[in-house]
Design a protein around this ligand. Structure first.
Ligand code: API
Length: 293
């Protein structure tokens, strides 16, 4: 039976992340293990970032991403920053190239303690997001919540950052919308065959917005990095904002730049909380005592 694997509980502006060290082993973290870890208050998480040995020359590691419901995700910006911080502490390197199921991404640990992740180019085609039916303009799709003549949320911009996102633009305070009630309906709406991450965004300046996200497979989170990227890109694409934006999520601030070369770069902090060992098959874990050898 494979032995336990080391993990660290971390967060990226409040996005709860478990970084699991699966290097040197062939097994994968099971959905059951993810669900068990999420059921314990000490290890409750939004995503697990599992670091595996590299599969492709030129990449440092392969990263598997699991949501707290056990499903897989293709991208996780905040989690990638946590991975960078863990690996930078271990190796002293500051530049990393990761492979995920969505492709290759590069990340950098800056001297000021912030970490940048290049999530690559956004995709706007309806098949790429994906949507269930042909939509010619993904800047605003026909989808609403609430009565037809007085919708509460409507006409989201949709974009893939490797994973599917819908951004609903709102005029009022983002806290005045019942995202916990609408989130599950929108995440699972038939227009999204692979479900979607749902964000409400209030633009407050050409370079600033406030966001809240209901994550696919994880529910309400304090921040979602790829959603911040999707919101910034959709803001610029619809003429609401410039291409460099500071986004305030419930857990803190993230900076996103949609560069002229089409790459989207997310910058923010990462924070270590505690470490331990867990069983990737069952999720049973032991917390490392601070100061223990
Ligand atoms: N928290 C993550 C995104 C997780 C997305 C996941 N919920 C999905 O199923 O796509 C982030 O910082 O980008």
């Amino acid at each position: 039976m494979p032995s336990n694997a080391p993990f660290s509980k971390m967060n990226g502006v409040g996005n709860e992340i478990i970084v699991a060290d699966m290097r040197g082993r062939a097994d994968r973290i099971s959905a059951a293990a993810a669900i068990a870890l999420n059921a314990d208050a000490a290890t409750r998480f939004d995503q697990i970032m599992a670091i595996h040995d590299p599969r492709t020359p030129g990449t440092d590691y392969f990263i598997d991403i699991l949501n707290s419901d056990g499903s897989g995700a293709q991208a996780c910006g905040n989690g990638t920053r946590c991975v960078v911080q863990a690996l930078a502490t271990e190796t002293g390197s500051t530049l990393f190239t990761f492979e995920t199921v969505a492709g290759i991404l590069k990340a950098e640990d800056h001297a000021d303690g912030l970490i940048s992740v290049d999530l690559g180019a956004p995709r706007f085609g309806w098949q790429e997001i994906p949507l269930a039916e042909e939509v010619s303009d993904t800047r605003a799709i026909d989808l609403r919540i609430g009565p037809d003549d007085a919708p509460v949320l409507q006409s989201p911009s949709v974009v893939s950052m490797g994973n599917p996102h819908a951004i609903f633009w709102v005029d009022n305070d983002v806290w005045s919308y019942e995202l916990d009630r609408f989130g599950p309906l929108l995440e699972n709406h038939p227009i999204f065959p692979e479900r979607a991450n749902i964000t409400i965004a209030q633009v407050t300046a050409r370079d600033a917005m406030v966001i809240r996200t209901w994550e696919r497979g994880a529910g309400l989170t304090k921040a979602c990095g790829s959603a911040a990227c999707a919101a910034a890109v959709a803001g610029a694409r619809t003429g609401r904002t410039d291409r460099a934006v500071t986004l305030t999520a419930p857990g803190g601030e993230l900076r996103v730049e949609w560069r002229e070369d089409d790459h989207v770069v997310l910058t923010g902090p990462a924070e270590w909380e505690f470490s331990g060992f867990f069983d990737p098959a069952t999720g049973a874990f032991l917390r490392e005592q601070q100061g223990a050898a």
